[in-house]
Design a protein around this ligand. Structure first.
Ligand SMILES: *[C@@H]1O[C@H](CO)[C@@H](O)[C@H](O)[C@H]1NC(C)=O
Ligand SMILES: *[C@@H]1O[C@H](CO)[C@@H](O)[C@H](O)[C@H]1NC(C)=O
Ligand SMILES: *[C@@H]1O[C@H](CO)[C@@H](O)[C@H](O)[C@H]1NC(C)=O
Ligand SMILES: *[C@@H]1O[C@H](CO)[C@@H](O)[C@H](O)[C@H]1NC(C)=O
Length: 502
């Protein structure tokens, strides 16, 4: 009898912790970060259903995956990542909105979405986790599943437009907007430019993007509350920032920093790579342009210059490259896929040569490896400048690439111990936390489930833009000062006239 009760208790427990994890951003790095969080929840016994555009054939007992099919196809057809190199910061804002709309259409047409919508109408999720870095197009799923507790996440550091919507306006006077190559200390004109971009993006998202997406989703979801109302349902925002890795920032209580959640101790690398790593007594450089830019998309001249530079150094280079290369120097090893984390953890690795993506940088710092950044787009510019400012790495401009330039930069970072010492120091500080970022993220997800939400948002989150910035107050003050000035001016003039007549 007892065991029957236990069985019922256990099964109800499993049933009561169905988690829907929506990771809709068409970028493998988002998938990687979110998946690590999803896995951890599954390991702790939650039944995680992961909905994302990336292939994922892990169907272990507590984890299942639903494919958001067609998203990458639509995305690649409509958006050329290489064009982004030439975008101005202002263009980047409008292109981002375009990307959100292209993705929105693809979400709505996906069979994966239909599959989820066909769940029994009484199917209950105990929690919805949502990567809110891009658009709001799938927010209506909250409505469809009758508003279970919900947590938002963003692996994209803390984008200002997301921060704002959670009641945590980032101050543009010292927070560089992610598409601009500024550091935390800005000149007056940089602050003007920085504020203009940050506010434009925030306003565009709320005034236009959310409205357009809402209109579009009607064909699938019917009448649902406006996106900003749905978004208000997320109790917490877990962000991929950390004061050691990304610099300190004031955060509201509902914004929880779990930066570097994906970092972990290295596992054993495959034997062939291990042999190479162990044998590379002059050190190893890991070359990887991340998951969005394929190395075979970069132009031939630049590639040849980089290869020539590599052929002139004694270090071994391990290059993540998606096709074959002719005339490979002896010390360059190419693989289509690399276990980046595990390689970075090998003691012979001296340098990460990469694109400056947020996740890679966090990984490199975690493992104490300095970085050469070739930023291409989005936050990569800001990340690169941040690294340079802290002497954790150096910046290499893609446009300037020649063999000599690359060689000079390589020697600059490899022969100066300042970089590695600085990175190792940060690595020790980052690892010294009361609780790992992954445990912290799991704690807060479970907290929200246990309490059916969390009321941690400040009233900031419900205020209007003009009252938040005090625009109305400033406006009134200006009117009062102007009125007084006019009156005083008139009086003085009258007085002068009177003196003149006397
Ligand atoms: C886990 O969630 C899926 C929904 O995606 C559901 O079909 C399955 O029955 C759940 N498993 C358990 C054990 O509750
Ligand atoms: C599959 O998912 C489980 C979580 O349920 C995770 O622990 C495991 O590492 C995953 N396996 C692979 C091969 O990704
Ligand atoms: C699934 O959940 C159970 C607890 O219910 C846990 O013991 C097990 O390790 C989990 N399995 C995986 C593969 O994560
Ligand atoms: C949050 O506040 C609302 C409104 O006062 C209340 O209905 C809800 O129960 C509170 N949630 C929690 C988790 O305390």
């Amino acid at each position: 009898m007892y065991s029957v009760w236990l069985l019922i208790l256990c099964t109800t427990n499993v049933f009561s912790t169905n988690i829907l994890y929506i990771s809709p951003v068409p970028s493998p790095s988002h998938h990687i970060w979110n998946r690590i969080f999803g896995f951890e929840l599954a390991k702790r016994g939650h039944n995680v259903t992961f909905f994302s555009p990336d292939n994922d054939n892990n169907e272990s007992g507590n984890y299942s995956h639903i494919l958001m099919d067609g998203l990458y196809d639509q995305f690649n057809k409509n958006i050329n990542l290489k064009d982004m190199l030439d975008y101005t910061a202002t263009q980047a804002i409008t292109e981002f909105v375009k990307m959100c709309m292209v993705s929105c259409e693809a979400y709505l047409e996906s069979k994966g979405l239909q599959f989820i919508l066909n769940y029994p109408s009484n199917f209950k999720f105990s929690l919805i986790i949502f990567d809110v870095s891009m658009g709001s197009c799938l927010y209506p799923l909250l409505h469809r599943f009758d508003y279970p507790p919900a947590v938002a996440v963003t692996p994209f550091l803390l984008p200002p437009y997301v921060a704002y919507n959670f009641g945590n306006l980032l101050n543009p006077s010292y927070t560089p907007w992610y598409n601009l190559p500024y550091s935390h200390e800005m000149t007056f004109m940089q602050r003007v430019w920085n504020s203009a971009h940050m506010y434009t993006e925030i306003i565009l998202r709320n005034v236009k993007l959310y409205k357009d997406e809402h209109e579009k989703t009607k064909q699938i979801f019917g009448e649902v509350p406006p996106m900003e109302v749905l978004e208000r349902h997320f109790s917490l925002l877990l962000t991929n920032t950390n004061p050691i890795l990304n610099g300190p920032q004031p955060l509201a209580p509902n914004v929880i920093a779990v930066g570097g959640l994906h970092t972990r101790k290295p596992s054993q690398v495959p034997q062939d790579l291990l042999t190479i790593l162990d044998g590379a007594t002059n050190g190893v450089i890991l070359f990887s342009l991340g998951t969005n830019i394929r190395s075979d998309q970069i132009d031939h001249k630049a590639r040849k210059a980089v290869l020539d530079a590599f052929s002139k150094i004694k270090e071994t280079v391990i290059w993540k490259f998606e096709s074959t290369i002719d005339g490979l120097p002896k010390n360059v090893i190419v693989r289509e896929w690399l276990p980046q984390n595990d390689i970075l953890g090998h003691p012979n690795v001296k340098l990460l040569f990469g694109h400056g993506g947020g996740l890679s940088i966090q990984e490199a710092i975690y493992h104490g490896v300095p970085i050469i950044c070739v930023p291409f787009m989005l936050d990569q510019h800001f990340n690169a400048h941040n690294l340079v400012a802290k002497k954790l790495g150096i910046l290499l401009e893609f446009r300037l690439i020649t063999t000599d330039y690359v060689l000079k930069k390589l020697r600059e970072i490899l022969d100066d111990p300042t970089y590695v010492n600085n990175v190792r120091k940060l690595s020790r500080q980052f690892r010294d936390q009361a609780i790992t970022p992954l445990d912290k993220a799991v704690f807060w997800a479970e907290y929200v489930m246990r309490h059916g939400g969390a009321n941690f948002s400040t009233s900031f989150r419900d205020s209007s833009f003009y009252s938040l910035l005090g625009l109305d107050v400033c406006g009134l003050l200006i009117v009062i000062i102007a009125s007084i000035s006019i009156v005083v001016f008139k009086l003085v003039k009258l007085n002068l006239m009177w003196i003149n007549t006397v």
